[in-house]
Design a protein around this ligand. Structure first.
Ligand code: PLP
Ligand code: COI
Length: 355
């Protein structure tokens, strides 16, 4: 595959205070870019100073939303940095690309591009407990014409952002509202793809929920509004009577990499983990009769986020006394331990880069 050209920034930006990073507010000095043209493939791979991207006013993405993205993290280690299961993200991006008729990425080359970009902006990886360097690869259709058809041109970009907690609550329990009006995705649609349109469709419910003090909404399926799907930026797991239940991947739920990793860890710990349809009535029933022992969300940005309140049709159900549940805490420790290099990575999940 092609070489990656590097154009370094002439002046470097001041780094933010790592005690107050929030999520996705600061960006590093460089970004990776390359362009695809049908018949030619990916070309012009380069790392350039972080900057605005000029775009044609008729570009496909601006009119028809041809956009996909990923979210992954790099963590500073004693002798360099490591990424958590990056090939899983690149493969999921290719699944999203297939759904949106965008071109596939070469897996190993994309991983190489990530390593080179992060190495160049290594000084931006924050060190404080709970922080990391968030990696945001994204791709958009860039045909300069208004016809509705599969794209012939696309742009792939990677930007980096030093981040702290996704939720202001950190590891403290969040308050989630179960949405019964809007839906996020339907089977046969784009729910399993990580495309911008899914998030655009979710914003109205998110805005209404935020105005009432909720962190995010929990989506129900788009057909019957009966089955639990996922939260805005995380998959969900429930501990009911000692068993872990998580919504099965029906096509309208994002196949989370944190979800997959937690399922593996929980099974190794001897828990029964079941991926199946779980109805909102069953969940609320378990909350009422006390068999719902814990609930948490899983995601790259959110890591493990305990759910302390589940509100459905204006009734508030407190989960695990609104405290961090024992299992959620244990999962958080194991997962972040592997990601930060403090717990042995016996499954070979991390890709290490020495500096
Ligand atoms: N569901 C949605 C809608 C998300 O945006 C995310 C975040 O990426 C997840 C689930 C969790 O996926 P992952 O664990 O791969 O980050
Ligand atoms: C992630 O967890 O990486 C996400 O993409 C969630 C996000 C939409 C902020």
């Amino acid at each position: 595959m092609q070489e990656i050209k590097i154009v370094k920034a002439k002046t470097l930006k001041e780094k933010p205070d790592s005690t107050n990073l929030g999520f996705g507010k600061y960006f590093t000095d460089h970004m990776f870019m390359m362009e695809y043209t049908e018949g030619k493939g990916w070309e012009n791979a380069r790392i350039v100073p972080f900057d605005y991207i000029p775009i044609h006013p008729a570009s496909t993405v601006l009119h028809y939303g041809a956009e996909i993205f990923e979210g992954m993290k790099a963590y500073k280690t004693k002798d360099g940095f490591q990424m958590f299961r990056p090939l899983e993200n690149i493969r999921r991006m290719n699944d999203s690309a297939e759904r949106l008729c965008l071109p596939a990425l070469p897996e190993e080359f994309t991983l190489k591009a990530l390593k080179e970009l992060i190495s160049l902006d290594y000084a931006w990886i924050p060190e404080k407990e709970g922080t990391s360097l968030y990696i945001r690869p994204f791709m958009f259709g860039n045909d300069e014409s208004l016809g509705v058809h599969a794209v012939h041109r696309a742009t792939f970009v990677v930007i980096l952002s030093p981040v702290g907690n996704y939720y202001a609550e950190g590891l403290n329990p969040v308050k989630i509202s179960i949405e019964s009006e809007d839906v996020r995705a339907v089977r046969g649609g784009t729910g399993y793809a990580k495309c911008g349109g899914n998030y655009a469709a979710s914003m109205r419910a998110g805005k209404r929920a935020a105005a009432k003090g909720f962190s995010q909404v929990l989506w129900l399926d788009g057909v019957e509004r009966k089955y639990i799907e996922e939260v805005g930026a995380m998959n969900v797991m429930f501990k009911i009577n000692g068993e872990i239940i998580t919504p099965m991947l029906t096509g309208s739920v994002l196949p989370g990499i944190t979800r997959k990793s937690c399922i593996e860890i929980l099974r190794e710990w001897g828990y029964k983990v079941t991926e199946r349809l779980i109805s909102v009535d069953e969940l609320i029933g378990a909350a009422k009769d006390g068999t719902l022992e814990e609930a948490w969300g899983t995601g790259t940005a959110a890591v493990i986020s305990p759910i302390g309140h589940l509100v459905y049709q204006d009734v508030d159900h407190v989960v695990a006394d609104n405290k961090i549940g024992e299992l959620a805490q244990r999962l958080y420790n194991e997962l972040t331990g592997i990601q930060w290099g403090r717990v042995e990575d016996k499954r070979g999940w991390c890709v290490k880069v020495e500096k």
